[in-house]
Design a protein around this ligand. Structure first.
Ligand code: 5GP
Ligand code: ZN
Length: 115
């Protein structure tokens, strides 16, 4: 989508600190980190939020969740632990309407819920 900030990052129209990328997903550091490690894991397909997932997305989501472990290793937080969060819709505070997983860690997270 042309006016989507994450599509622009995917298309390299705006810069980001890219941590991992393959044909299906991209991971880049959050611009306003809420923990020592705060990386966003984003499918390259523009899917507005969790409610828009369809059966055909099952391989994509499985791939993304497995790659999250690899990205946690790249970021050095696999051993110390991490949290994955997906915000969906207004009450969650979702700001960017392109589905993404927050990968948080690098310090004790307490009750941090990424909003
Ligand atoms: P949401 O509130 O939609 O779950 O999370 C959106 C996240 O995207 C926020 O944590 C916000 O800091 C991050 N973000 C928004 N715009 C940009 C950007 O241009 N670049 C990067 N790297 N992160 C962004
Ligand atoms: Zn998008």
């Amino acid at each position: 989508m042309s006016d989507c900030i994450f599509c622009k990052i995917i298309n390299k129209e705006i810069p980001a600190n890219i941590v991992y990328e393959d044909e299906l997903i991209i991971a880049f550091d959050d611009i306003a980190p809420q923990a020592k490690v705060h990386t966003l894991i984003v499918p390259k397909e523009h899917i507005p939020n969790n409610l828009y997932l369809e059966g055909r997305h099952k391989p994509l989501i499985g791939h993304l969740i497995l790659k999250a472990n690899e990205i946690a290793k790249i970021k050095g937080i696999a051993e110390t632990g991490f949290r994955l969060i997906v915000n969906t819709g207004k009450d969650s505070g979702q700001e960017v309407p392109h589905i993404h997983w927050h990968l948080l860690g690098g310090e004790p997270l307490g009750r941090l819920i990424c909003k």
